[in-house]
Write a new protein. Structure first.
Length: 316
């Protein structure tokens, strides 16, 4: 039998009785690892989305961030953020260059507050080795492992030592993995299955199209949501501005795109142009307002209310 599985665009949340007098009473903050953040949402660790300045911008506003792992001096980044009194959150891979970066951090006596293992299929032997290594060498860092898309994978990453798990395979806007390999799992099914399988926080990664998709991801059991294209079109985003016929765009490219890799080898991502929208401040404010509204429709005052709502599928 072939299962039918759903994406955010296929479902809606059923309203409950609102118990607050104003949406302002609804609290969108979330405890994630050792810190509490303003929102359960953060920008993807992609070179066309975040750079060191973007990370600092988010950290100063008490939003979680993760620096990408491409051509980054982890020692300089961690030292710089911590010297500014901010938390350090880095990404690593599974190869020798990562081992060198981690050795350099250790030698410098640095320990990032958050480390994200960033690989396409985190349910693999190389990821297991790296996760066990990081947990042994950096026991004080909060380790996020991923990406995965099934309950079985989520359980294994938790067993390997991950403090949080990131789920989402081939659901991203610049992803071509599903076209090139045939593999993908829709986000509602991914998040529901994976979140239910583990006791550590689950991050829903990719596929956020509408602001309301954040609430849907939380209703599926996610504790945090990661998004790339949502954050890619702004002054503070890392991508380059491009002008075509007087209209401005920003470049947004996949981490597995030729553009990011510098060569056409195992390419599973593409580059697109997204509309340029100016400062990101208004977006962050609106995302928070929209999520406060979602919590009010869920009949609560806190994000946990979203876990109690009924989700229905709509026929297209
Ligand atoms: N969330 C998603 O759905 C996806 C995300 N991405 C993003 O693209 C970037 C590149 O990811 P990734 O390819 O993992 O990292 P890398 O290209 O850095 O590969 C890491 C290492 O893992 C090996 N490897 C990668 N994929 C496989 C595989 N399918 N089977 C066996 N070995 C493998 C590679 O060897 P070799 O190259 O020799 O095989 C390489 O040595 C990441 O930032 C990731 O987040 C990419 C695809 C999907
Ligand atoms: N298959 C690929 N997935 C990729 C690549 N680069 C990043 N990603 C994933 O996409 C999300 C962002 O998705 P969005 O829908 O919010 O834009 C990101 O966090 C990664 O998990 C890639 O080259 N190929």
């Amino acid at each position: 039998m072939i299962n039918t599985e759903l994406n955010y665009g296929d479902v809606y949340l059923v309203p409950k009785k609102t118990i607050v007098d104003s949406r302002k009473e609804c609290d969108t903050s979330v405890q994630f690892g050792p810190r509490r953040f303003a929102m359960p949402l953060y920008a993807a660790n992609m070179k066309s989305v975040v750079d060191a300045e973007t990370c600092e911008y988010f950290a100063r506003r008490n939003w979680f961030y993760t620096m990408h792992r491409f051509d980054v001096d982890a020692v300089a980044f961690v030292r710089d953020m911590q010297a500014k009194g901010l938390f350090a959150s880095i990404s690593v891979g599974v190869n020798g260059d990562t081992l060198q970066q981690l050795a350099a951090l250790k030698a410098a006596g640095l320990s990032p507050e958050y480390i994200t293992l960033d690989v396409a299929n985190g349910w693999c032997v190389k990821a297991e080795r790296m996760i066990r290594f990081i947990k042994r060498e950096f026991p004080d860092s909060f380790l996020i492992g991923g990406n995965i898309a099934t309950a079985e994978a989520a359980r294994e990453l938790q067993e390997w030592g991950c403090d949080a798990i990131k789920a989402g395979i081939a659901g991203g806007r610049v992803c071509i993995t599903k076209n090139k390999t045939g593999f993908h799992r829709p986000m509602v099914a991914t998040v529901r299955d994976c979140a239910a399988a583990v006791s550590v926080p689950l991050i829903a990664d990719g596929g956020i199209v509408e602001h309301g998709d954040v609430a849907k991801a939380l209703a599926c059991g996610a504790s945090m949501v990661m998004a790339g294209s949502l954050f890619a079109g702004y002054d503070e985003s890392a991508g380059e501005i491009v002008e075509i016929d007087g209209k401005h765009y920003k470049e947004y490219f996949g981490s597995a795109s030729q553009f990011n890799k510098g060569e056409y080898k195992n390419v599973e991502g593409k580059k697109i142009l997204v509309e340029y929208k100016g400062s990101i401040a208004r977006l962050l404010h609106e995302l928070q307002e929209d999520l406060q509204s979602s919590v009010s429709y869920a009949g609560g005052r806190e994000l946990s209310a979203l876990r109690t709502v009924q989700m229905i599928a709509v026929a297209h």
